[in-house]
Every structure is written in structure tokens, then in C-alpha cells.
Design a protein around this ligand. Structure first.
Ligand SMILES: Cc1cc2nc3c(=O)[nH]c(=O)nc-3n(C[C@H](O)[C@H](O)[C@H](O)COP(=O)(O)O)c2cc1C
Length: 216
């Protein structure tokens, strides 16, 4: 069967979906994100902390990849990565990004756009040390997104990093960095079986937020 035929047979929004009453929405999108995230966890959404991070490279070409959300608080939506990775270098040159969450069990999408900054070294160190030994070893071994000559190089680097973590558990990764997205807009999107999708966008306006409903 062709991809086209398979696509024609795939349903979307074919399950009961929550409603989204925008009239009572909080003034601050961080509050609504916290509420929606809690609802996603309670609804058993698979990996609700997995999001897409989009950045732009030096030629203006967009790039995106999946990351884990590490925190979302007054400092913004946070993720951790290798600062020398392609995304780290892209953010260095152009500190702007978009995040996308899709909680399919609820037909919900959250889109965050804004500026990005690395948080202080203590936050990155704390994030690193809170990880399991296996995760720390992987981060220490990794030369993220560099060309790998072969599996033997990976094995050697992992074995050496595992030994380091075992013998010196306080070892930090100089590259491991927590970044925070300070939102300029946050959109909450609730899918509807009849395609009357409900969209509420928060736009930063001075020290507050303006909310607008959007056509589906
Ligand atoms: C579910 C999932 C979670 C991931 N979480 C992270 C993460 O938190 N940090 C990270 O650097 N890469 C994470 N990755 C790997 C990235 O998608 C990506 O391959 C890597 O960061 C290199 O991206 P870059 O070449 O654009 O810098 C994750 C991948 C998946 C599929």
C-alpha cells in the first residue's frame, strides 16, 4: 500500500477530547501551561515533557529536533543540551527559538516562541548532577552531532566516561547547559472533532499579556 493510501485511512481527533473554555483563562500563560501540563499528566498522555525545539542556522535555514522539557517557571521554558552542538551554536548566533508540544491523547498543542538565553552555571551544574550516573556518563562521552568514525570510538568514550563518573562522581560537563526560552507568544490549541478548534494566543505586552482568540 502506498503512503498516500495509508494516509487516507488515518483518522485524527477520533476520540473524546477535552473542552477549552477560554473565558476563564488566567492572565499569564505560564499559569495556563502549568494547568494544561498537569492535565496532560493526569490524562496519561505519553511523554508530555517531550517537545520540538526549532532554531535557525546562520544561513536562515530552520532546524528542529525533539528535546525534553526540564522546567517551566518564571525563568521560562527550559531544556538542557550540549552548548557546542549544532543547536547550541545556532542559539549562540541567533538566540531565538520556537517550542512545540503535542499532546495527542487530548488533541492539544502548545506553541511557544521567544528569545533564548543560557541560565547561570550553577543551574546547569545542578541539572547535570541531578541526572543518573548513566546519563552523566553519556553526556560526558558525547560529542553531540559530530561525525562518528565508528561504533568502537563510541564504546571507548562511554567506557572512559563511565569510569570517570564512578571514580569522580562530582565531575561536571563543561558543555552541558540549561537554556530558557522567554516567551513573546504562547498559543494554546485545543483540537475539535468538528474542526472548530479553539485557539488562544498570549502576546507579551510590556509587563503583561494580551490574549487573542484565533481562527482555526
Ligand atoms: C524523546 C527524545 C528526547 C530527547 N531529549 C534531548 C535532550 O533533552 N537534550 C538533547 O540535547 N538532546 C535530546 N534528544 C536528542 C535530540 O533530538 C537531537 O538528536 C540532539 O540534541 C542533536 O541535535 P542538534 O544536532 O540539532 O544539536 C532527544 C531525542 C528524543 C527522541
Amino acid at each position: 500500500m502506498s503512503i498516500r493510501d495509508l494516509l487516507r485511512g488515518l483518522p485524527v481527533f477520533a476520540r473524546p477530547l477535552p473542552s477549552f473554555r477560554t473565558a476563564g483563562a488566567p492572565d499569564d500563560p505560564h499559569e495556563l501551561f502549568a494547568a494544561w501540563f498537569g492535565e496532560a499528566v493526569a490524562a496519561g498522555v505519553t511523554e508530555p515533557h517531550v517537545m520540538t525545539l526549532s532554531t535557525v542556522d546562520a544561513d536562515g535555514l530552520p532546524d528542529s529536533r525533539v528535546l525534553i522539557l526540564r522546567e517551566a517557571d518564571e525563568r521560562g521554558w527550559q531544556f538542557a543540551t550540549d552548548a557546542t552542538s549544532p543547536k547550541g551554536r545556532q542559539l549562540d548566533a541567533n538566540p531565538a527559538a520556537a517550542l512545540g508540544f503535542y499532546w495527542r491523547e487530548q488533541g492539544r498543542q502548545v506553541r511557544v516562541r521567544g528569545t533564548v538565553a543560557a541560565l547561570d552555571a550553577a543551574t546547569s551544574a545542578g541539572d547535570f548532577l541531578a541526572r543518573s550516573p548513566a546519563s552523566r556518563a553519556a553526556a560526558l562521552a558525547s560529542r553531540q552531532s559530530r561525525v562518528l568514525a565508528g561504533p568502537a570510538d563510541l564504546e571507548r568514550a562511554f567506557t572512559a566516561a563511565e569510569r570517570t563518573v564512578e571514580q569522580e562522581p562530582g565531575t561536571l560537563s563543561a558543555e552541558h547547559t540549561v537554556y530558557a526560552v522567554t516567551a513573546s507568544t504562547v498559543e494554546f490549541w485545543q483540537g475539535d472533532r468538528d474542526r472548530r478548534h479553539v485557539r488562544l494566543r498570549y502576546r507579551r505586552d510590556g509587563s503583561g499579556w494580551v490574549t487573542e482568540l484565533l481562527w482555526p
